[in-house]
Design a protein. Sequence first.
Length: 465
Amino acid sequence: MSIGRREFLAMPAFFLSARSTDARIDDLSIDFADFAYRAPYKFGGKEVDRVTMLNVKCTLSLKNGKSASGAASMSMGNIWAFPGLPYDTSLNAMKVLAGRIAAITKSYRQYAHPLDVDHELAPEYLKAAADVSRELKLPIPIPKLCVLVTGSPVDAAIHDAFGKLHNVNSFHAAGKAFVQRDLSYYLNDEFRGEYLDPYILPKAVKKVRMYHSAGASDPLTKAEVTKPLHDGLPQTLEDWIPYSGVTAIKIKLNGNDLAWDVDRVAAIHKVTTAAQKKRGFKDWIYSLDFNERCPNVQYLLDFDHQLDGKAPDAFRRVQYVEQPTARDLAKNRKNTMFEAAKLRPVVIDESLTGLDALLLAREMGYTGVALKACKGQSQTLLLAAAAQKYKMFRCVQDLTCPGAALVHSVSIAAHIPGTAAVEANGREYVPSASKGWEKRYPGIFNVRDGYLDTTGLDGPGLGTS
């Protein structure tokens, strides 16, 4: 016999007896905020010039009546999370879905840990996405990645409130002292008897290397600027490098024009070399992001060969390559990364929607993961543990995250052992969405030495309220 969604939310959860630390959701609300980019950001063959932020507030309480509120936000990122539809169509679908997810979560009346709330409600979120797809008559159903992005600030706000409720950092509130079930319940039997504690640093690292983004249409030098902004911020790569003390550059590539991709990296390397020479800095690095547009792995191998021939020093400085081919790994099993990964880590990003995807990626030769706040705090913690157990390379990428979303991203990078670097491009494209946050976290929003200062990220909650 099947049960309806209302009955599911009202029935006793499949939990052990509730702990005194478990909390109930008393209230949850959402709102949206729109921001224009100061300059367009081109990736995956498309330019984005605006963003809608999904903001979430929630209140939790314990059985003894104590309560606390939390908050979080995330870029909707519909071009990335839900490609294939017109911008307004996919954005509207995500907004409708956000309302459904909020209602489902607010109706959940059990005392539980945030990990268990997410674990129990994730199937309901997917059902809601199917309902929205049908009701809006979308030509493409809302994909799982989009569901994760839409639900991520809801999950983060719950974690934030839970940490504040217990006056501990949210990362530590996900450990054995607060969680009843071991990791095998959320992942697989390889994690039996394990908890998140050894996979989380006891204290945030003091600073995290920042990746500056070079979009596919970003001007590299003043000669390439066609529309000066005059807003007090750099507009070219040659100016951003000394302004933020850039030591790592993420290069957005096309993936369908080999000559252009090679020339773009060579051009960026030429400009970077000149700018770094003026600073007296020698150890900068690159990452390459094809946004899954390479037709096959041979394209990547050919790119590596040609880049090594044209700009060998640039080739040597590439730290990792991000998601070169299509995100649906199951449909593209021939695009294995074994040969490419011999040169440097090849990480999954768009493909990483759960442990099943991570395991499949490993079978196909991927050697790293891109962790993202936009996939949810619960999901990120669990996959970070899996990535560490399987000895995979780890980096943190953003979704042009401003404000609270960037704080969350940096906190992930600062609390997950072995994280190589974190992308932070909101300061480049949409600084208006971070207004006010620089007063609380100056080391995150006013970068001058190429590193994000994590001072303040060990306080109660996630620091996103």
